[in-house]
Design a binder for this molecule. Structure first.
Ligand code: HBI
Ligand code: FE
Length: 288
């Protein structure tokens, strides 16, 4: 998916923003969008949470062309005060946090190539707009994302960025939520991935664990494969409580404890399903 080291972009401006320059997308780029949009729309049906589906519908995101950020921003701004702005790819942490703190969501301008439909290292327009933007129509996600931006600026000073990033990873990117009618996806990394939609929700391999902030802060994650565990919240409102908590004392407590491996089950974990671990065991080298 992405989130490695910042790419080889050189910014013209300190905020890294670029013009989306929508007219210069090619026919082929729009066609890649349509391909991704069609197969992923079928994939998230019945799997994504109600907020995702409602956000997608309200934004009227079209299948046949890459969305214009200005038009998305009009609807978003009216609903939750957010805007979508164009960036070349991964941003340095402090720049990324600064945008979120101001309710600007930086979305990759570029779209992946046809030979990269299932995996890209940097967030492109499909991951960012299809995965993240519908959720920003929900008031709780809107507030949580801003709180993450503000918290990120603070975590840097407390030298706790790795711990905060794990919270973001296991919620906004790879979170699952319990709905009255069953488990659903709200994380953008899952919602924008064809294969992970089915893996995260339907496969026997991963652990699904009730969300605990202290637990998640200590849990390492994978950037090169499906997650080995997913954390489940009882409703999106749980994120609102998270946004209100002072993380500083928790960072201090977590600092004294060992980190947990992605596939580990820890004492105190409340398991929704205990995974077989099959997927990752098959990929691990015998001597690793
Ligand atoms: N930049 N464009 C972009 N998108 C991200 O999701 C992103 C980023 N820079 C840093 C980053 N994410 C994460 O590493 C932080 O959330 C910790
Ligand atoms: Fe993302």
């Amino acid at each position: 998916m992405k989130h490695g080291a910042a790419g080889a972009h050189r910014p013209d401006r300190p905020d890294w923003l670029i013009d989306q320059d929508w007219p210069s997308y090619t026919r082929d780029e729009h066609a890649v969008w349509r391909l991704l949009f069609d197969r992923q729309s079928r994939r998230v049906a019945g799997r994504a949470c109600d907020a995702f589906t409602a956000g997608m519908r309200a934004l009227a995101i079209e299948r046949d062309r890459i969305p214009e950020f200005e038009r998305l921003s009009e609807t978003l701004h009216r609903s939750t005060g957010w805007q979508v702005v164009a960036v070349p790819g991964l941003l340095p942490d402090e720049v990324f946090f600064g945008h979120l703190a101001a309710r600007r969501f930086p979305a990759g301008r570029f779209i992946r190539r046809r030979d990269q439909l299932d995996y890209i290292e940097e967030p492109d327009v499909f991951h960012d707009v299809f995965g993240h933007v519908p959720m920003l129509m929900h008031p709780v996600i809107a507030d949580f994302m801003q709180a993450y931006g503000l918290g990120g600026l603070r975590a840097r000073q407390l030298d706790a960025l790795a711990m905060l990033a794990r919270v973001y990873w296991y919620t906004i990117e790879f979170g699952l939520v319990r709905q009255p009618d069953g488990l659903r996806i709200y994380g953008a990394g899952i919602a924008s991935s064809y294969a992970e939609c089915a893996f995260a929700l339907d496969d026997a391999s991963p652990n699904r664990i009730a969300f605990s902030l202290e637990r998640v802060m200590r849990t390492l994650y994978r950037i090169d494969d499906f997650q080995e565990c997913y954390f489940v919240i009882d409703g999106l409102e749980a994120l609102l409580e998270l946004a209100r908590i002072d993380f500083a004392p928790l960072y201090e407590a977590a600092r004294g404890l060992p980190t947990l491996e992605p596939g580990e089950v820890a004492p105190g974990d409340s398991m929704l399903s205990r995974g077989t671990g099959r997927h990752h065991a098959a990929r691990r080298r015998p001597d690793a």
